[in-house]
Design a protein around this ligand. Sequence first.
Ligand SMILES: *[C@@H]1O[C@H](CO)[C@@H](O)[C@H](O)[C@H]1NC(C)=O
Length: 320
Amino acid sequence: MRILALLCITSLCLGAVWAVPAKERRKVEKMNDDLELYDLDNYDLTLDNYGEIIDLSNYEELYDYGDFAPKVEVGTLAPRPKDPVALPTLGAAAEPLKPQPPSPPAPIPAQGLPSCPLCLCIGTSVYCDDADLEHIPSLPPETTYLYARFNRIGAIRASDFTGLKKLKRIDLSSNFISWADVDAFHQLSSLQELLLPENRLTALPELPRSIIRLDARLNRIPSAGLRHEAFRDLKQLQFLHLSDNQLDYIPAPLPQSLRSLHLQNNNIQTMHEDTFCDSQDHSQVRRALEDIRLDGNPINLSLFPNAYFCLPRLPTGRFS
Ligand SMILES: *[C@@H]1O[C@H](CO)[C@@H](O)[C@H](O)[C@H]1NC(C)=O
């Protein structure tokens, strides 16, 4: 750790950091091809009103470190002081930093906040992609966006995110996560996007009410791994993507805010007529819910002729 910190100060590690993008881009491209994980065309259609939260042009850029590289100053890579009280706020990283002498080893508190020597901290975003992590690193209290994709993280503990009230997006795509403490995310009152695709989860933890987008595709979640009425009270939830899991029914009730429900490639065989629409209220319209995917399930959608009347579009899947 100490050696790494020194390297950063002397700016040698910039080369190492900049060496990441090509590899990273290849990975993301591969994911695009293989798994349609970042189906941007599809998102463009449905995100007209979604504003900055999933501004996909922005999202796409986040995969391109090259865009960020020129903005990184050597100073921002320096290790932060050990005492959290003495921390400069991350927003202050843009202040001109005095050039630091590369030599003195003694006063460098390299253990202070492991994430910043280990990862790349830009403003309030922490980038830890492809860094051989086995645990969530400890994060600066101001962290708003965390990217820790393509690592070997195996579990998420409640203590990992304690006090991070500003966290809006957590992206842990493509790790080995098989366990998440049930209260790991519950206290994150700003959390809007939780991205966990391509892991080994068999259960979903409790979600905060601020959540807008949950992506847990390509896991091993059976219906028994969802909490009872898990999504009912999530009044902000717009994107619920649970495709390629082991669900055997459609989670219900679904909040009225929901716009996109992806459940393709599960084991759903049947459903209630009231899953999407209230069969007692034929004047009901669910304009928002325009993107339902049920293809790749054994369910015969023709068996539920009265289940779709309130929807702007029929679900995709097998009819007749
Ligand atoms: C699906 O259900 C419809 C309506 O009952 C029926 O006519 C059709 O044969 C079913 N298809 C399959 C493959 O079971």
